[in-house]
Design a protein around this ligand. Structure first.
Ligand SMILES: Cc1cc2nc3c(=O)[nH]c(=O)nc-3n(C[C@H](O)[C@H](O)[C@H](O)COP(=O)(O)O)c2cc1C
Length: 187
C-alpha cells in the first residue's frame, strides 16, 4: 500500500548543472541549477529565479552548461550558495576559465564535460524564467571519452541533486540496455 504524501515533489535524477555566463564587464560567473533537463535533440532547458546568472543570460543570450562530478562537488555546491552579485565566485573557487570558441560564455576548465549554448527562449513566469538553450558545441576532456571518442558517463560519473534528502548522489552503474531489454516482453 502506498502512502499519500501530498504534492511534495521528488523527481530523480535531477542534474547538477553548472551554468556559466559573462556579465556586462565580461566577468565570468557560475551557478548551480537542478531544475533542468534536455528537451530536444540539441536543446536544454532550466528554470531560474532572479539571479546574477539570469541577468547575464538576458544580456549575452549565451551560456555554457557543465556537469558536476564527485571531484567538483564542493565547488559546484559553492556556486549554488553564493551570488556573483556579492563576490567573484570563479576567483574565490580557484577554478580557471577560457572563453568559448562558439558562444559568448566562459568554459570552466575543471569540469570535464561542457555544452556551449545560445539562448533561444527566455520566458518570464511569476518572477521566474524558463530558459531554453540550443547546444552549438560539446567539449569533453579525453578522460571522459571511450575508445570510440564518445562520452562515457561511467567515466564522467555525473552527480545528481537528491531533492528528498538534500544531498548529492553519484550516477554510475549500468543496469540494462535501452531500446533492447524491454523487447523480451514484446515476444
Ligand atoms: C543543489 C542546488 C540546486 C539549485 N537549483 C537551482 C535552480 O534550478 N534554479 C535556480 O534559480 N536556482 C537554483 N539554485 C540556487 C542558485 O544556484 C543560487 O541562488 C546562486 O547563488 C545563484 O548564483 P548567481 O546569483 O551568481 O547567479 C540551486 C542551488 C543549489 C545548491
Amino acid at each position: 500500500m502506498k502512502k499519500n504524501l501530498g504534492n511534495k515533489t521528488v523527481v530523480a535524477p535531477l542534474p547538477v548543472f553548472i551554468i556559466a555566463t559573462y556579465d556586462e564587464n565580461d566577468v565570468p560567473n557560475a551557478m548551480n541549477a537542478a531544475w533542468g533537463t534536455q528537451c530536444g535533440y540539441h536543446e536544454v532547458t532550466f528554470l531560474l529565479g532572479p539571479h546574477k546568472t539570469t541577468d547575464n543570460l538576458m544580456l549575452k543570450r549565451a551560456f555554457t552548461l557543465s556537469f558536476a562530478t564527485p571531484e567538483t562537488m564542493l565547488v559546484a555546491d559553492y556556486f549554488g550558495v553564493e551570488s556573483g552579485n556579492n563576490v567573484n565566485k570563479i576567483e574565490k573557487a580557484g577554478v580557471h576559465v577560457t572563453k568559448s570558441e562558439f558562444v559568448d560564455a566562459p568554459v570552466i576548465e575543471e569540469f570535464p564535460l561542457t555544452l556551449e549554448c545560445e539562448v533561444i527562449e527566455m520566458e518570464e513566469e511569476d518572477g521566474d524564467y524558463r530558459v531554453v538553450g540550443r547546444v552549438v558545441n560539446m567539449a569533453a576532456d579525453e578522460s571522459v571519452l571511450d575508445e570510440k571518442g564518445n562520452v562515457d558517463l561511467g567515466k564522467l560519473r555525473p552527480i545528481s541533486y537528491d531533492g528528498a534528502a538534500h544531498v548529492y548522489r553519484v550516477l554510475g552503474d549500468k543496469v540494462g540496455r535501452a531500446f533492447h531489454d524491454g523487447l523480451a516482453l514484446k515476444k
